[in-house]
Write a protein that binds this ligand. Sequence first.
Ligand SMILES: O=c1ccn([C@@H]2O[C@H](COP(=O)(O)OP(=O)(O)O[C@H]3O[C@H](CO)[C@@H](O)[C@H](O)[C@H]3O)[C@@H](O)[C@H]2O)c(=O)[nH]1
Ligand SMILES: [Mn+2]
Length: 934
Amino acid sequence: MSAKKGDEAVLPLFDTRAARGGAVHKLFCLTILCGIVLIWSYRLIHIPRAGQPGKHAWAAMFFAEVLFGLYWIITQSGRWRVVYRYPFKDRLSTRYEEKKLPGVDVFVCTADPILEPPLLVISTVLSVMAYNYPSEKISVYLSDDGGSELTFYALFEASRFSKYWIPFCKKYNVEPRSPEVYFSCQNTSVDESGFVLDWTSVKERYEDMKSRIDSAAGKGCIPEDIRDQHKGFSEWNSKVTKQDHHSIVQILIDGRNPEAIDIEGNRLPTLVYLSREKRPGWPHNFKAGSMNSLIRVSAEISNAPIILNVDCDMYSNDGDAIRDALCFFLDEKQGQQISYVQYPQNYNNTVKNDVYANLNLATNQIELCGLDGFGGALYVGTGCFHRRESLSGKKYSGSHKIECHSVIDNKEGRSVKELEEASRTLANCSYEKGTQWGKEMGLVYGCPVEDIVTGLAIQCRGWKPVYYNPSKYAFQGVCPTTLDISLIQYKRWSEGMFQVFFSKYCPFIYGHRKISLGAQMGYSIYLLWAPVSLPTLCYVVVPALSLLRDIPLFPQVSSLWFIPFAYVFAAKTAYTLVEDLVIGNTLRGWWNLQRMVLIRRTTAYFFAFIDTIITQLGLSQTAFAVTAKVVDDEARKRYRKGLIDFGSSSIMLVIIATVALLNLFSLGWGIKKALFSAPQTLEKLVAQLTICGIIAMLNLPVYEGLFFRSDKGSIPSSVTFEIGMQMRLSVTALAVIVVLSSFGGAFGIRFVIDREECFSHKVEYGNTVHFSFVVIKSEGSWHYSDDGVDLVVKGPNGEQIHDIRDKTSDKHEFVAYQQGVYRFCFTNKSPYHETLDFDVHAGHFLYHDEHAKDEHFKPLFEHIGKLEEALYNIQFEQHWLEAQTDRQAIVNEKMSRGAIHKALFESAALILASGLQVYILRRLFERKLGASRV
Ligand SMILES: O=c1ccn([C@@H]2O[C@H](COP(=O)(O)OP(=O)(O)O[C@H]3O[C@H](CO)[C@@H](O)[C@H](O)[C@H]3O)[C@@H](O)[C@H]2O)c(=O)[nH]1
Ligand SMILES: [Mn+2]
């Protein structure tokens, strides 16, 4: 070793390499940028002139495209200078003896014994206790914001089980070191008899422990005989509640004690339970508050220079991760400036094709590396190694060598009792009063994404963070397995991040001259999630609505202007697709990701946007809704099957369903138009049709959830109901009718009638025939009358079915008991020519059918039937409204203005309706949050 030492010392402990292919990528970006600029130009050059319809829709599209374009520019920072990190832990081992390695304090945070079951928590704790690292240098701290005796009990059990678990892990180098995960995998094909014996006995112990914890959880109390085994249990009495209790600090294993050893006689890591004081009226600042207490308490007890922070569900998946991370901190040249080493968030419960897009492949493998390239590696709250100095608020000042002290036995230091006493004070509510904690020291308070903002603050103090994404996951956690949970999580993130953008920590201001422009932009990729909801909503609503009203918003296909639109869309899509496939996604996984992006943007981000504005106005405060880590068995099964769990009737579902149905209807409508009108019309509407078509395809599972599924994860009928009630315009019905019957023979015509005019319509046996008419205008513009027309309907044999007299509008329906040609004859008795709008529609109504006997389908068909009827009413009403407006327009001699006003009115109504919806949604949503608030 001594011979090699000389040249070893100069070799770096890690390497940073830039990704290949940079130049080609930059060129590609340039072409997209050109496309975007051309799109903007098109919008500016072709603004509809006064009098042309669709001005507002045009403005909305321009607004959306400008925001999309700008956001796209910002996101390029994540791909501009991608770097990868390579630590060399072999060099570390040769350079540092075990004794010389620094101590590591591991913080595990938990907040709720129901959402985060104690068994999950202790599995994480056990996994970090079992690192391939000198045990006496590891101290594990569990912060329990739930203040739960059960969690304490589980940790107490874990402290005993660790005596078997740690030596077992190290002896056979088992992975992963979470006992729960390890034993749930089938992994005993090794026929070393010694191993099998050990495996069996450790597993038995584990199962025993599990059943004791489970039974305590079931009973809701800790058995007396166990309570007597540790003094810590006396901390709990009837007065202790989650929101109101004194600080509890219990050192369960004192690593300095030479007697704290495992069954093989090796030292054990220190293990500490902490539940900081909580009092009503004292803000506890969620996870940030918990981390800051941990920083102080651990400083008192072990004060290791390196801190590893994991969430309670993020177990260690690689026994060597500490050594990898140390390569960065201990590197002679660059190590001293490094503040933290962040690992990506990976999950062990993702499913094939990833329905909720939890994998974040592109983020983990590219974007975060891109940020790292600009010196802006994010701190994402878990799986992060910190330098204690930088986390506690110290500025980078040039020399920060990590002290590697050896362990002192407790005989020389303070007693466990003294340490616990001292620590308790540090975890009291009042301790931080008048200090810089939460501001300049520790994690930053006041934001639901304490991690991101703290990382930014650390960077702005001159430190250089590192993002390291090893091929073997260092940590694995639990990702959301229902749509609700996932959207609530994304809402917290996007809201928290948008708040940062508005606060003094806005990277462009706070980071000005402190971090590079690339890093400032990189942060903004995430900080601006919430506002991206606005252009997205424009794009999923406006083209569809305009299609319904035959207003083209895009250049026609034969125009050169069509090219930039098509290019930008195709290039971007192809790029993300290829990228995703290259980094290991499947085609369906990518497709699911597109759907989730759409859903997140139109719901979670949108609500986050609204809530941020409200918070900015000082009207409310944001809470931290803890992500549930467990769901019931049925929900788990649906998740495994890849079925979207729409779950409870969250208000977000109303938006999801509305967007889905609106686009489906517009698509149907557009196709119908395309089939029955001149090709030029089609050419103008191709782009909108495509947009609606893609959105409809993305939403296939939503339609399934609305109409075809009946399990608990399907969309509850209250959502459909809410759409109907709140939107007035029952999009649900519209969609269904288009799909089921619009091709079956709907017929709408506007014509001028002098005296008499007849129409024939062929009808199948058993069809229900709906018809309606509206008198739009009379010929002379000065003449405004309520003169009506007569309508006589006759069947194939000349029998009279309806006789309507002197009406300006009417609608009826009848069932055709005979197949053949039905005649509709209008008579105009007034001396003027009248313009008439006439609609007839013969549908094969499913709910009239006898064969719908299957109990399973019957409710569905009834539902559809009702919807169909509802649609017809709406269509009729729309016609009537239109006719009224046109009539008005004639009177005013301002036809076009009238149309614009109408559009305005319609959009205003829609916005109003959505506003109302949002309000109700918010209230509901808040109640939902309230339920899981900590
Ligand atoms: O009052 C609280 C609330 C939460 N937590 C803990 O914080 C962690 C993260 O909470 P979780 O509900 O799992 O949030 P996620 O959305 O999964 O968390 C991501 O995003 C958060 C910021 O929004 C970060 O704090 C997390 O570290 C990061 O993993 C969990 O261990 C909780 O126990 C507390 O300790 N105290
Ligand atoms: Mn989590």
